[in-house]
Design a protein around this ligand. Structure first.
Ligand SMILES: C[S@@+](CC[C@H](N)C(=O)[O-])C[C@H]1O[C@@H](n2cnc3c(N)ncnc32)[C@H](O)[C@@H]1O
Length: 216
């Protein structure tokens, strides 16, 4: 393994804000995030496929009365968000390293208030892996509060339209939609935070699409 990756994994192992395999909380935290980790009763927001966790960090800094958890399978990416949260003493931010497929093992019914999906892989050829396909949306419903909000930010028009169709097919409600986030009323809603992939796509001239919806 590359030295840099190994160093990041070692730091993750030491970091209390990274919940990952091998740590006690990894198998005991379901239904207890607020009691055991955050030690408050604030609403919980997830950033799924968070990568380096830029939104989790920006939100945690700007919204102290909410708790934020970035989830990603890649430890070397989560490391960045974890270290930033530690440096800024953000007690309302945590990172969970797991596959999103196993989310039910970490969150109990109604434990989560809001979910962000920010530039997830569009999976053009494999709809079964899209994080907004019917199977994943049904999975999120198992731990999201009934009126909980979901957000999708993507440069990928096919994924945006696929998600719109899937939400409508499931009887969900689209609350806001735009094919041009930075020209919409939402443009300042994320405190100016831009993720690694967002910057990458914007530099390539892509436009950010955004959806806010509910699954009732
Ligand atoms: C295109 S990147 C976007 C990362 C970040 N949101 C950004 O905008 O910079 C997609 C991320 O999804 C993560 N990912 C993909 N499938 C996943 C899964 N099933 N469970 C957890 N993470 C996953 C990858 O590890 C990667 O970090």
């Amino acid at each position: 393994m590359a030295k840099k990756k190994l160093f990041r994994f070692q730091q993750n192992a030491q970091a209390f804000n990274v919940i990952e395999q091998g740590k006690e909380l990894y198998t005991t935290i379901k239904g207890r995030w607020n009691e055991v980790y955050f030690k408050n009763n604030f609403p919980i927001t997830l950033e799924l496929a968070c990568g380096q966790g830029e939104l989790t960090i920006a939100f945690a800094k700007n919204i102290p009365q909410r708790n934020f958890i970035g989830v990603d399978i890649k430890g070397a990416r989560i490391w960045k968000g974890s270290q930033e949260a530690l440096a800024a003493s953000l007690g309302n931010a945590a990172f969970l390293r797991t596959s999103i497929r196993y989310m039910e093992e970490f969150f109990a019914e109604g434990e989560v208030d809001e979910i962000y999906l920010v530039f997830p892989d569009p999976q053009p050829k494999q709809a079964q892996y899209r994080l907004t396909n019917e199977r994943f949306l049904r999975l999120y419903q198992k731990f999201l509060k009934p009126s909980g909000l979901l957000h999708l930010k993507t440069d990928n028009a096919p994924l945006y339209h696929y998600t719109l169709d899937t939400v409508q097919k499931l009887g969900g409600k689209i609350l806001f939609q735009t094919t041009s986030f930075y020209e919409s009323e939402m443009k300042d809603a994320h405190f100016g935070a831009r993720t690694f992939y967002e910057n990458h796509f914007i530099q390539k001239g892509e436009v950010v699409h955004y959806l806010r919806f509910r699954l009732d």
